[in-house]
Design a protein around this ligand. Structure first.
Ligand code: DGL
Length: 258
């Protein structure tokens, strides 16, 4: 098979990466996508780096068997734990990772208060702390670990307004909303909460995520390598999940169409 026609592998610890997949499909409708959700092993945010790396290796090997031209780690946590190791191991394939979009929220800002919602592991790792050190001289950056928001998505409770509102209110209970300028959704599961966040936060608060940046980055890499499929070709999406419970594939479809 010509490299152009190969699929793009997209994976996450579970269903969060579907929020990225959605943007990828919208931006590159002629591509073939293979999504792998590792729901049997979610959440990653409370695992060790080694455990996460091992899972990523297994998932990438699965993609390589299928034949892919690029891989998107649609997970901030897996990127901070394993992206460098994976890029060293799989030299021949582009691996696109994600990080909380703090740069988007903070660049050019002064004395802003920026809340970064992410998993405990993302917030603890050097990758994020190095990024944060570039911006926290001029701004106040508040780390907000939110592991429960991952479980809410994985358990199909995203439409349970009471559960979601209570959880979000709990995270923000000690913060003065009038002092917040931006909120970064630094986990791909959290992108599904955007509307909830808009109703919880003041209208003036800027809510950012890294999905568009990741999409544009992948498109650029494929364009440079002349590996984008032609405009008249039909795209497709195949979804796999490590859990045997069929519910996860149905839930993935539901989130993709949300
Ligand atoms: N969706 C993932 C992220 O972007 C992680 C969720 C998890 O803890 O499994 O960070």
């Amino acid at each position: 098979m010509n490299n152009k026609d190969k699929a793009i592998g997209v994976f996450d610890s579970g269903l969060g990466g579907i929020s990225v997949l959605k943007d990828l499909v919208q931006s590159m409708p002629n591509e073939r996508f293979i999504y792998f959700g590792d729901s049997a092993n979610a959440p990653y945010g409370i695992k060790t780096k080694e455990e996460i790396t091992q899972r990523c290796v297994e998932i990438i090997d699965f993609f390589l068997e299928k034949g892919v031209k690029a891989i998107v780690i649609a997970c901030n946590t897996a990127t901070s734990a394993a992206a460098n190791i994976l890029r060293e191991k799989y030299l021949h394939i582009p691996i696109i990772g994600m990080e909380p979009a703090l740069k988007v929220a903070a660049e050019g800002q002064n004395k802003n208060t920026i809340v970064v919602m992410a998993t405990p592991l993302t917030l603890k790792e050097d990758k994020f702390n190095n990024l944060m050190s570039k911006y926290d001289d001029n701004n106040t950056v508040i780390k907000m670990p939110c592991p429960e928001l991952v479980n809410i998505v994985e358990n199909d409770l995203l439409d349970d307004k009471e559960v979601v509102h209570n959880q979000l209110k709990y995270y923000y209970k000690d913060l003065n909303m009038d002092k917040i300028d931006s909120v970064v959704l630094g986990c791909t599961h959290f992108v599904f909460y955007r509307e909830y966040m808009e109703s919880l936060l003041n209208e003036s608060i800027n809510i950012v995520d890294g999905n568009l940046g990741t999409t544009n980055h992948l498109k650029e890499i494929l364009r440079e390598g002349n590996e984008l499929r032609d405009n008249d070709e039909e795209g497709s999406v195949e979804i796999y999940n490590s859990s045997n419970d069929e519910r996860f594939i149905k839930l993935s479809q539901k989130l993709l169409n949300r």
